[in-house]
Ligand binder design. Structure first.
Ligand code: 0X9
Ligand code: ZN
Length: 307
């Protein structure tokens, strides 16, 4: 198997980030956007294939949840595809010709590292911040954003999996992403966050059953993505607004990005539908990533057509 068909330790991913930037000095830059609770750097790779003025941008983050190993694997897959198939594949070329792409391969490095250290830790989801009220560790970064914070599908109890933290953006990982997107909100048109598992293409809102004002556009985009996945890979993805399609929950990054003004905002839940769950075997990485790549390219091209 190739490098991209295996899961990698955090150290290997940091090495890959460095190497990728060094080997592609004209097109790839590593940008430090902050650091984690345990002081690990948060690097974003900026892919920029030309320097036309007024360029727009898209953002993809991976690894919000530690145990969802297919997610960082996808970010690496996506960058590799972009660098390998620019000017070969029509869709990735169209996207990279008109947008810069910001890729955060591991938003929760402390949690990711922890899942690699012992079998019983393989199911860790949150970051590794220590609450000042007691002995439990970890905040669910996808409950920590400042949108209806702490209300639905989240818990203020640090011992729980869906702990939203002591206050909105309490976590350095959340702050780093939120600050970066606030600074770049005028250029970023498309926000995508990669999770697993369940094979779902979700869009805002999750914090409420109210429809986003561009609901019909978002629905059309994920519907087309799901149809193309079915046609090309014979695999089923369900799609729709988060609250109705998955479950209601507050404080998520997709809803927050949408309310910031990034109108095209998505959460993609990759393979599988529960057979292996978080323990998706390496032999499934290429299938899972190619499907997700098709979905990313589908919504990316649609944004270009709409915006
Ligand atoms: O619950 C989550 O954070 C996501 N599912 S997961 O199984 N990967 O944990 C779904 C997030 C959907 N979006 C929001 N809740 N805002
Ligand atoms: Zn997740």
């Amino acid at each position: 198997s190739t490098f991209y068909e295996r899961y990698h330790t955090l150290e290997e991913i940091y090495d890959w980030i460095n190497r990728t930037a060094q080997d592609n000095p004209r097109t790839v830059k590593a940008i430090l956007i902050g650091s984690s609770y345990e002081k690990r750097p948060l690097y974003v790779l900026k892919l920029s294939f030309n320097d036309r003025p007024n360029r727009k941008a898209m953002w993809i983050d991976c690894g919000i949840h530690a145990r969802e190993w297919i997610s960082p694997a996808f970010c690496l897959w996506f960058v590799h595809h972009s660098l390998s198939f620019y000017q070969q594949n029509t869709e990735i070329t169209r996207i990279l010709d008109s947008m810069d792409v910001y890729v955060l391969p591991v938003m929760n490095p402390d949690g990711y590292k922890y899942t690699w250290t012992a079998i019983k830790r393989r199911w860790w989801r949150k970051n590794r911040s220590i609450s000042n009220s007691g002995f439990c560790v970890g905040v669910d970064l996808n409950r920590n954003f400042d949108v209806d914070w702490g209300i639905k599908g989240s818990s203020q109890n640090p011992c729980e999996e869906i702990n939203c933290g002591p206050f909105p953006e309490s976590e350095p990982e959340t702050q780093a992403v939120a600050n970066f997107l606030r600074r770049h909100k005028n250029i970023v048109q498309l926000y995508i966050t990669i999770h697993s598992y369940s094979q779902m293409l979700i869009f805002p809102y999750s914090y409420t059953f109210d429809q986003a004002e561009n609901h019909n556009d978002l629905l059309e985009m994920v519907q087309e993505a799901a149809q193309r996945i079915k046609r090309h890979y014979r695999n089923t993805y369900t799609y729709g607004p988060g609250a109705a399609t998955l479950y209601p929950s507050s404080g998520g990054s997709d809803d927050w990005a949408h309310k910031l003004g990034i109108k095209y905002s998505f959460t993609f839940e990759l393979q599988d539908r529960g057979e292996y769950g978080f323990l998706l075997p390496p032999s499934h990485i290429s299938g899972a990533c190619n499907e997700a790549l098709l979905a990313v390219k589908t919504v990316g091209v649609k944004v270009l057509e709409k915006a």
